[in-house]
Ligand binder design. Structure first.
Ligand code: G3P
Length: 221
């Protein structure tokens, strides 16, 4: 299972890569908006493109860049722009009829896609049929409205297995390590999470306690 960092922060990308926890990065308009500061270009599009270039230089894995257009034509214009930034760019489009049109067009032009804002297994089925490379079901947001995010992942995994779809399941909107654990037990291809959650996967208080005890005993040996 691959782990992606869900962030547009260069500091997070550097730290996550340094810890060996990051195979790829997912970004979106909300994450990039958090990164704007006075020293950055006022033009939001230019700022996003520059940030994507910096992230691509830090991480050789797949880097998701989200389109904000609402029509397939607008999405394709952005897709071409993002794809020209680096070879590891994956273009993110929303799961709408226009988004799926753009996915088909990207597939025909050899541009990889990640279909985002997926909340049902039938939506995931349509994304796979359109030729998406990744589909991103938002488990945390499903749980937020009293749904069962992991049941959604199980259903998508069954459908993809039934029909041998090559589309990867990218579990998104991850809120805690248990989401990652359950996604791994189901066999999801990727989980994307903020750095704090990726670091939680590594840490255990009993490991820290055990290390301290070993060192203390070693010093007294
Ligand atoms: O990868 C999607 C993610 O950024 C959304 O997370 O926590 O806003 O639902 P959240």
């Amino acid at each position: 299972m691959q782990l992606f960092l869900d962030s547009a922060s260069l500091k997070d990308v550097r730290e996550g890569m340094g810890l060996g926890l990051v195979d790829g990065v997912t970004t979106n308009p909300s994450l990039i908006a958090k990164e704007r500061d006075a020293s950055r270009p006022a033009d939001a599009r230019r700022h996003y493109r520059e940030r994507l270039k910096e992230i691509c230089a830090l991480c050789p894995g797949p880097i998701s860049a989200e389109t904000v257009g609402t029509t397939a034509t607008e999405m394709m214009r952005e897709a071409e722009e993002y794809a020209a930034i680096a070879e590891n760019i994956v273009v993110k489009v929303v799961l709408t009829a226009e988004g799926l049109r753009a996915v088909r067009e990207c597939a025909a032009r050899g541009i990889r896609t990640n279909v985002t804002l997926c909340f049902s297994a039938t939506q995931a089925l349509l994304a796979a049929r359109a030729g998406a490379d990744y589909v991103s079901p938002f488990v945390g947001r499903v749980d937020d409205v009293s749904g069962d995010g992991m049941a959604l992942i199980r259903d998508i995994a069954t459908i993809f297995e039934n029909y041998n779809f090559a589309t990867h399941i990218l579990v998104a909107s991850v809120r805690h390590p248990r989401h990652v654990l359950e996604a791994a037990l189901i066999g999801a291809d990727v989980a994307t999470a903020p750095l704090a959650i990726l670091k939680q996967l590594l840490a255990h208080p009993l490991t820290d306690k055990g290390v301290a005890a070993f060192l203390k005993d070693w010093e007294g040996a």
